[in-house]
Design a protein around this ligand. Structure first.
Ligand code: SF4
Length: 335
């Protein structure tokens, strides 16, 4: 049975991630290890581990018989009072051939750890501070930052986030690139295009969902081809930011977003900055929230639990359903 989610922000002290292939005679300790501790464990990583509830997944997953030599990932989450050790055997094959929700949850966090390591290496290895990338656009979503203070909220419309499947600083994989609205007006980003460009590693991962931003030198290598399939998820050309603002959003369950909405132009994962104390506005907390700007009739939509905004002295404000109903009341079910 899964444990209740707990706030990791002040508990997780160290992450150790070993990975490689495992043959007869290899010891786990022989595999290369990456370590994050203290401030290196960013809010982005905290959030990923909490969202996937990895503290409840202590154990061994996958199947050693699925491939040889065995691909092995070992993740240790070390806090003051416990160490959780997660081992996945033949992760790539299991993801491809088995419907295993726990391995998918672990994979999403391992992917972000790889991404975090690649980003810090890119930041330290390029003299311009920028890293070059290229690849196919998997999805385009709006890049919107949310500020909360008790029951008040405001949005900052910054541009778009591109999920790219390609090569970043010579490393193959998927990665998120932040771009401005002017770049979208010029290039009209949509899934299926092939692009190249250069971007800088994000300095404060609490304030961006992308790992790279300050993007320049964008080139369209190939335009998207073929018909856009009917949604959901809805693909094609995303609208301008004013259209998102006008439409308004409803909260979207984080798990639904991860499972069904990452490729939809109406999905959005927002970095959220919360002011806890009006009298001490520098006291902030950060997290990520997921939202849907799409048709209210979308069959994939699930709201998830109501969200609480913390306030000083342990108080909180609960954002109830009427807030979303009011914000999208001007739209019909299929708009
Ligand atoms: S729930 Fe919203 S974001 Fe998800 S597929 Fe439907 S319209 Fe897109």
């Amino acid at each position: 049975m899964g444990r209740t989610k707990r706030s990791l922000e002040h508990r997780l002290e160290r992450i150790e991630y070993r990975r490689g292939t495992f043959e007869k005679g290899t010891k786990l300790e022989d595999l290369p290890v990456s370590i994050w501790q203290g401030n290196q464990i960013t809010a982005y990583l905290h959030d990923a581990i909490e969202t996937e509830d990895l503290f409840a997944l202590d154990g061994v997953y996958g199947d050693e018989r699925a491939g040889w030599p065995v691909q092995i990932d070992e993740l240790k989450l070390i806090s003051a009072d416990e160490t959780v050790e997660i081992i996945v055997l033949n992760r790539a094959i299991i993801l491809l051939l088995y419907d295993d929700d726990e391995v998918r949850r672990i994979h999403r966090v391992l992917f972000k750890l790889d991404e975090s390591e690649r980003r810090s290496m890119a930041g330290s290895s390029t003299s311009s501070g920028k890293t070059t990338w290229s690849g196919r656009v998997v999805s385009v979503q709006p890049r919107i930052r949310l500020s909360r203070s008790f029951d008040e909220r405001s949005h900052n419309y910054l541009g778009y986030v591109l999920l790219i499947d390609g090569t970043c600083d010579g490393e193959p994989g998927e990665f998120l690139i932040a771009v401005g609205e002017a770049a979208h007006r010029k290039h009209r980003f949509e899934a299926g295009m092939e692009l190249s460009g250069s971007s800088a590693p994000v300095e404060d991962e609490r304030k961006e969902t992308a790992s790279l931003y300050k993007t320049s030198g964008i080139k369209v290598v190939k335009k998207a081809e073929g018909e856009t399939p009917a949604g959901p998820p809805f693909r094609g050309l995303p609208p301008d930011l004013e259209t998102y603002r006008f439409r308004g959003h409803r909260r979207l369950a984080a798990r639904t977003y991860d499972a069904k909405c990452t490729e939809c132009i109406w999905g959005c994962r927002m970095p959220v900055e919360m002011t806890i104390d009006h009298w001490n506005p520098s006291r902030k907390k950060y997290r990520f929230e997921t939202f849907c700007y799409g048709p209210k009739s979308c069959p994939s939509y699930r709201p998830g639990p109501e969200r609480k905004v913390p306030r000083r002295h342990g108080m909180s404000y609960t954002e109830e359903d009427w807030v979303d109903e009011e914000e999208t009341a001007h739209r019909g079910p299929d708009d």
